[in-house]
Design a protein around this ligand. Structure first.
Ligand code: F6R
Length: 611
C-alpha cells in the first residue's frame, strides 16, 4: 500500500530510486514519482506504472544528484493522477508518504487560515505543507519542523522527507506503517520493505513509531521526540536478492505457487522437535500455554482469513477446541465479548495489515492473550502481539497470496496437533503420524499437483469466458472454495461466489442457467454423497461442472461432471493442501490466459496499511 524509497550516498541516486521502486511496485502502482536533491529539489511524477515515470524522466533535464526519495502509489485521497502522485512539497522540501492522515481536514483548515493553497487532493500535500510551515517558523530546523508537524497529525504514516537546504540528508519517521532504514558503505537508504534493499544489504533497522531517522551518506542517527538519541535493534533477513526475483517464471504468482512444496516442508520441519512432535517452546509457548484456553478466535483479512477457516476446522477436529474465525475489520468494529481464557490468533502474511493490527490492539485492550502468525519478521503485528510464530515462506511479491496461505494452513495444523496433545485428544503416536504425513507426504503430493499443471491450464479454458461462476463444497471443502473464489476474482476479474453446497438451493440456485460454470471441490469422503446431490441439482439446471476430487473418492463414486481434476492419492490430511494448489493454479491460468497483469491486479496492493 504505497512504497517509499530514499537514498543518500556516494552514487547517483536516480537508478537506485528506480530500482527500489520496481522492487516495491507490488505495494501500489497507480502513479510514481521521485524528488532529487542537488541544487534545489527536482520532482518528476506520473500517473501510471513506473515505466510511465521512466518515460517522463527521459524527457526532462535532470540534475546529477546523490540524494533523493521516490514513491509508488496506491490511491487513497484523490484519484490516480499526475497531480496527486507523490512526492509533494514546496521549493524547500519534498515528502513521500505511505498511509492515511485521518485529520487532514483539520490540517487543511489550519493551513488555509494561514494563507496556504493546495494543488492536489492528497492528505500528503497537507502534511508536507505543515512541515514546511514549521520549518519556516523554526528558522530552518528539519528535526523541530517534523516533530512539530507529526504532533498535530492523526492516522498512520511512514514519511520520507528531503530539504533543499540539506542536500545530503533524508529524514524519515513512521507511525503504524512500515519503514526500514539501512546504512551501507555506499550510502544510507530508507524503504517500505526489504526487497528494495536486498541489492545493497541484508541488515536494516526498523525504527519504533515516532522515532525520527536522520540519514546522511555516512550513516544514520535516530532521535525520539524529546531529542534523545535512540538505537533501534538491527535486524537481518535470511533470504537474498534472487528470492525476490522471478527466476525464469513469467509471473511472481506462478513462481510462488511452485515454491509451495519447499515452503511447506520448511515450515513443518521448523516447528518439529527431535521426537517428531510440534515444539513451540523456543517461541515462548510451553505446555501451560496450550492448556490455558477454552476458545480460539482466528482474526485476519482476505486470504489469511481463509487460512483461518482451515485452522478452525483442524482445531475443532483434532484438538476439540472451539474456534471462531472473524474478519479483522469486523472484529474490532463489532467489539465481540472476549473472556480471560480466550486466545486471539492474528494471521497475516505482511504483518502490517492495518485492520489486523487494529484487531490485535482491540484484543490486547480487552486483556486477552494474543498470538501472531506472520511471514514478515519484525513486522508491526509480530512486534505487538504477546507471542509470535513466523511462517518461513520467504518473500511473497505477487499481490495475490498463494504460498503464504498454504504455509499458514500448515502451521495451523501443527498448532492444532499441539493443542490436541495438551488436551488429551491425540496420543503421541497419533500426533507423530499426523506430523510425519505433513512433513513427508504432503509436500510431495503438492509437487505432484504441480506436475499436472498442463491439465489444470486446460481446465482453466472452461472458466475463461465466464461472467459469473460458483465454487461449491461442504465442510473443509467450502473453506477451500472461499479462497479459490477470491483468487479467481482478484486476478481474473471474473465474478465468482463460494457457496456452501447445501445452501445453494436456499436461493442462489436461481442464478444457475445454461452454461454457468460451477467448480465443485470434493475431498471430504464422508460428504461426497451429499456433494453428489448438489452437483446433480446444478447440472439439472444447465451448469457445467468442473470437479476437483481426490483419487479415492473418484474411484468409489461416479460424480457427474464436464471436466475433472483428480488430486493425487494421499492421506486425507493432504487434501486441503493439494486442492488449494489446484485452485491457485486454476485462477492463475484463467488470468494469464486472458492476458491480464497477474502480479498486479487492478485496484489492489500488497500489504493494506489503511483501515
Ligand atoms: C489476496 C490477498 C489479501 C491478503 C489480505 C491480508 O490474495 O493477498 O486478501 O490476504 O489483504 O494480508 P496479510 O496477510 O498481509 O495480512
Amino acid at each position: 500500500m504505497c512504497g517509499i524509497i530514499g537514498y543518500t550516498g556516494h552514487r547517483e541516486a536516480l537508478p537506485i530510486l528506480l530500482g527500489g521502486l520496481s522492487a516495491l511496485e507490488y505495494r501500489g502502482y497507480d502513479s510514481a514519482g521521485v524528488a532529487l536533491v542537488g541544487d534545489g529539489i527536482c520532482t518528476v511524477k506520473r500517473k501510471g506504472r513506473i515505466s510511465a515515470l521512466r518515460e517522463a524522466l527521459a524527457t526532462v533535464e535532470l540534475p546529477t544528484a546523490c540524494c533523493g526519495i521516490g514513491h509508488t502509489r496506491w490511491a487513497t485521497h484523490g484519484a490516480p493522477s499526475d497531480g496527486n502522485a507523490h512526492p509533494h512539497g514546496t521549493a524547500r522540501l519534498a515528502l513521500v508518504h505511505n498511509g492515511i492522515i485521518e485529520n487532514d481536514g483539520e490540517i487543511e483548515a489550519f493551513l488555509r487560515q494561514r494563507g496556504c493553497d493546495f494543488v492536489s487532493e492528497t492528505d500528503t500535500e497537507r502534511a508536507a505543507l505543515l512541515i514546511d510551515r514549521f520549518y519556516g517558523e523554526s528558522g530552518g530546523d528539519p528535526v523541530a519542523a517534523i516533530f512539530s508537524a507529526v504532533a498535530m497529525l492523526r492516522g498512520a504514516y511512514a514519511f520520507g522527507v528531503v530539504f533543499a537546504d540539506f542536500p545530503e540528508r533524508i529524514y524519515a519517521i513512521r507511525q503504524d506503517n512500515p519503514l526500514i532504514v539501512a546504512t551501507t558503505a555506499q550510502g544510507s537508504l530508507i524503504a517500505s520493505d526489504i526487497p528494495a534493499l536486498l541489492a545493497y544489504t541484508k541488515e536494516y533497522y526498523r525504527p519504533d513509531d515516532g522515532v525520527l531517522a536522520e540519514l546522511t551518506p555516512r550513516g544514520v542517527r535516530f532521535l525520539d521526540a524529546a531529542g534523545n538519541t535512540v538505537t533501534p535493534r538491527s535486524e537481518r533477513v535470511d533470504f537474498d536478492v534472487t528470492a525476490a526475483q522471478k527466476g525464469g517464471f513469467p509471473h511472481f504468482m506462478l513462481k510462488e505457487i511452485y515454491e509451495e512444496p519447499v515452503a511447506l516442508c520448511r515450515t513443518v520441519r521448523h516447528y518439529l522437535g527431535a521426537d517428531g512432535l510440534p515444539r513451540f517452546e523456543e517461541n515462548g509457548l510451553d505446555a501451560s500455554f496450550f492448556s490455558r484456553f477454552a476458545r480460539v478466535h482466528i482474526v485476519a483479512c482476505g486470504t489469511a482469513m481463509h487460512a483461518g477457516l482451515i485452522g478452525r476446522y483442524v482445531l475443532e477436529k483434532l484438538a476439540h477446541l472451539p474456534a471462531f474465525v472473524e474478519i479483522a475489520s469486523e472484529f474490532y468494529c463489532r467489539e465481540p465479548l472476549l473472556h480471560s481464557d480466550d486466545l486471539v490468533i492474528l494471521l497475516s502474511q505482511s504483518g502490517e495489515t492495518a485492520d489486523t493490527l487494529a484487531a490485535l490492539r482491540y484484543a490486547k485492550k480487552k486483556g486477552v492473550s494474543t498470538l501472531a502468525i506472520v511471514n514478515v519478521v519484525g513486522s508491526s503485528v509480530a512486534r505487538e502481539a504477546d507471542a509470535v510464530l513466523y511462517t518461513p515462506a520467504g518473500p511473497e511479491i505477487a499481490v495475490a497470496s498463494t504460498k503464504a496461505y498454504s504455509v499458514q494452513c500448515a502451521l495451523l495444523h501443527l498448532l492444532a496437533v499441539r493443542f490436541a496433545l495438551c488436551r488429551g485428544q491425540l496420543t503421541k503416536e497419533e500426533a507423530r503420524r499426523i506430523c510425519d504425513t505433513l512433513v513427508e507426504q504432503m509436500p510431495q503430493r503438492v509437487e505432484q499437483v504441480l506436475a499436472r499443471a498442463k491439465q489444470i491450464e486446460r481446465c482453466a479454458g472452461m472458466l475463461q469466458s465466464a461472467e459469473h461462476l460458483f465454487y461449491i463444497g461442504r465442510g473443509v471443502d467450502f473453506s477451500l472454495c472461499t479462497e479459490g473464489s477470491l483468487k479467481l476474482k482478484e486476478i481474473s476479474y471474473i465474478h465468482s461466489e463460494a457457496y456452501a453446497a447445501g445452501e445453494l438451493k436456499h436461493g442462489t440456485i436461481s442464478l444457475i442457467e445454461q452454461g454457468t460454470p460451477v467448480v465443485a471441490v470434493v475431498t471430504a469422503d464422508h460428504l461426497a454423497e451429499k456433494m453428489l446431490s448438489a452437483i446433480r441439482e446444478v447440472r439439472a439446471r444447465g451448469a457445467r461442472v468442473l470437479l476437483i476430487v481426490t483419487e479415492e473418492i473418484a474411484a468409489r463414486l461416479a460424480l457427474p461432471c464436464d471436466d475433472m481434476i483428480r488430486l493425487p492419492a494421499a492421506d486425507v490430511l493432504c487434501a486441503p493442501f493439494t486442492a488449494a494448489t489446484v485452485l491457485q493454479l486454476l485462477a492463475y491460468h484463467v488470468a494469464a490466459g486472458k492476458g491480464l497483469d497477474v502480479d498486479k491486479p487492478r485496484n489492489l496492493a500488497k500489504s493494506v496499511t489503511v483501515e
